[in-house]
Design a protein around this ligand. Structure first.
Ligand SMILES: *Cc1c(COP(=O)(O)O)cnc(C)c1O
Length: 474
């Protein structure tokens, strides 16, 4: 299996090289040269597999430069009941991603039972183990530099803490994360984890990461790497739970299902697209956005017009407050029949702060890929959170509520609809209290997380300061 760049001007690479690199040298994103296909027969065999075996069976088709025995071990170490044990259904501790039935043909796929209580753990935990494996084998080290507004940082740090050959430098805006999110990150005291609170906003943190990553000399000299959402390993790991959800709600391997996916950087739903391309019988992929509805606009009009960070609204589903989806290019590449010339033309506009509009013929093709969309407002989320609490006694978080809203807009009674749960409500206490009048229950282990000793460095918003900090600590 070789990987190619969406822009068509980069060398073909194998999995491990794609894994440790970021953007392709031509500015594009790597994708498999050809999607593997699962036959109906194979789906039949996969149906009864454990999550671990299912993950291995899927990864094996995308990875040919790691011995299978080692790959199996990595997967086994990653998806343990202990690590993904925050299982509120408590039915089967080995079920890494349990499905919860909400109504006839309406299901919630629980993806937030990992250590930081958001779906990002599923991919990050895998990265932690596979990075350590690849680095150790090649006798290399990696210094991960990232920026977080709340969910990516904790997921990355819990995955990388204590791993050999890896340091993490995570920038976050000083004093703006939820107290729970801040406590999650800052209470880690591992030697290889560095929390840097920057006196600025999230965009300032992101700009620092970009500036450092564009400084090729510094980057090479200090072995700087990333775990941001364009990382192919993250997308790959997320393909697995689409299969798992499908098998949970169907009884044969021809039945069609729909998925509704809360979307920010288009990573999670891009994994759904790839699952569909490999033969999983998905009918619709419902793109769910909040008030930052650039993607909803695109799927309704064919016009992709990213917005500036100043025009991006702060909402009650903050992990989706994104107006330029970094993985979107991967889907458009497939939509355009993998015409990298055409794609490069469109992204030339985007990279200059512009927009593009699909031709009519291209726009018509979207339905061949099953994509439809919706957006939600704060009031929709609050009402849904309140309804679900009263009706079923379950609390959903604000991001999952975006997904439920989009699912209800498009559900058809004869096709199972699966909403992807992306975080647990305890991460967003304030909105849950507003909706239900109650604070979500916390397990004992997390009761006083805000009171734990914090390890962080507060630095001014200055690239040079961050550069020196990294240099001094590696
Ligand atoms: C990151 C995140 C999303 C958005 O996922 P993408 O892969 O960026 O589309 C949605 N909900 C939550 C809770 C998240 O942390």
């Amino acid at each position: 299996m070789k990987y190619i760049s969406t822009r068509g001007k980069s060398p073909e690479l194998s999995f491990c090289d794609v894994l440790l690199g970021g953007l392709a040298p031509d500015g594009g994103l790597y994708l498999p040269k050809k999607y593997p296909k699962f036959t109906e027969n194979e789906l039949g065999l996969m149906r009864s597999m454990s999550y671990q075996d299912l993950a291995f069976k899927i990864f094996e088709k995308f990875i040919d430069d790691i011995p299978l025995k080692d790959l199996k071990e990595i997967v086994g170490k990653t998806y343990t009941p202990e690590m993904f044990g925050y299982n509120r259904t408590n039915q089967n501790p080995n079920d890494i991603t349990p499905t919860l039935k909400l109504d006839d043909n309406f299901h919630l796929l629980s993806l937030s039972n990992g250590p930081t209580l958001a779906f990002k753990d599923i991919a990050m935990q895998f990265l932690g183990h596979i990075f350590e494996y690849v680095l150790t084998k090649n006798n290399k080290t990696l210094n991960i530099l990232g920026a977080t507004s709340g969910d990516t940082g904790p997921a990355a740090e819990y995955a990388m803490k204590g791993k050999k050959g890896i340091n993490v430098f995570m920038l976050s805006p000083y004093g703006t994360m939820s107290s729970f999110q801040a406590a999650q990150m800052f209470s880690l005291h591992d030697d290889n984890i560095y929390n840097i609170a920057v006196k600025g906003v999230f965009d300032d943190c992101q700009d620092i990461v970009k500036a450092v990553s564009n400084d090729l000399h510094f980057k090479a000299e200090n072995k700087i790497g990333a775990v941001n959402s364009i990382n192919w390993g993250r997308i790959l790991a997320q393909i697995v739970y689409y299969f798992k959800g499908y098998f949970d709600v169907t009884t044969d391997n021809k039945a069609l299902v729909d998925f509704a996916v809360p979307t920010g950087n288009f990573g999670n739903i891009c994994a759904g697209h790839i699952a569909r391309m490999t033969g999983l019988p998905i009918r619709n992929l419902v793109v769910a956005t909040n008030e930052n509805n650039v993607l909803d606009e695109f799927f309704k009009t064919g016009n992709y017009q990213p917005r500036s960070s100043a025009a991006t609204i702060q909402t009650s589903s903050p992990s989706m407050d994104i107006s330029k989806a970094s993985n979107f290019e991967r889907f458009i590449f497939d939509l355009l029949g993998r015409d990298s010339g055409r794609l490069s033309g469109y992204w030339k506009e985007i990279d200059q702060g512009g927009s593009f509009k699909l031709s009519e013929e291209e726009f018509d093709r979207i339905s061949d890929f099953g994509f439809i969309s919706s957006s939600s407002q704060h009031i929709n989320r609050i009402k849904l959170i309140s309804n679900y609490f009263e009706q079923f006694g379950i609390m959903i978080d604000t991001h999952t509520a975006d997904g439920v809203k989009a699912a209800l807009d498009h559900i058809d009674k004869n096709t199972p609809m699966i909403v992807l749960e992306t975080a647990l409500p305890i991460k967003f206490e304030k909105s849950i209290l507003e909706a239900t009048g109650k604070k979500p229950k916390r397990p004992n282990a997390l009761k006083d997380i805000e009171l734990l000793d914090k390890k962080l460095e507060v630095l001014d918003n200055d690239v040079d300061l961050i550069r020196s900090f990294i240099r001094e600590n590696i």
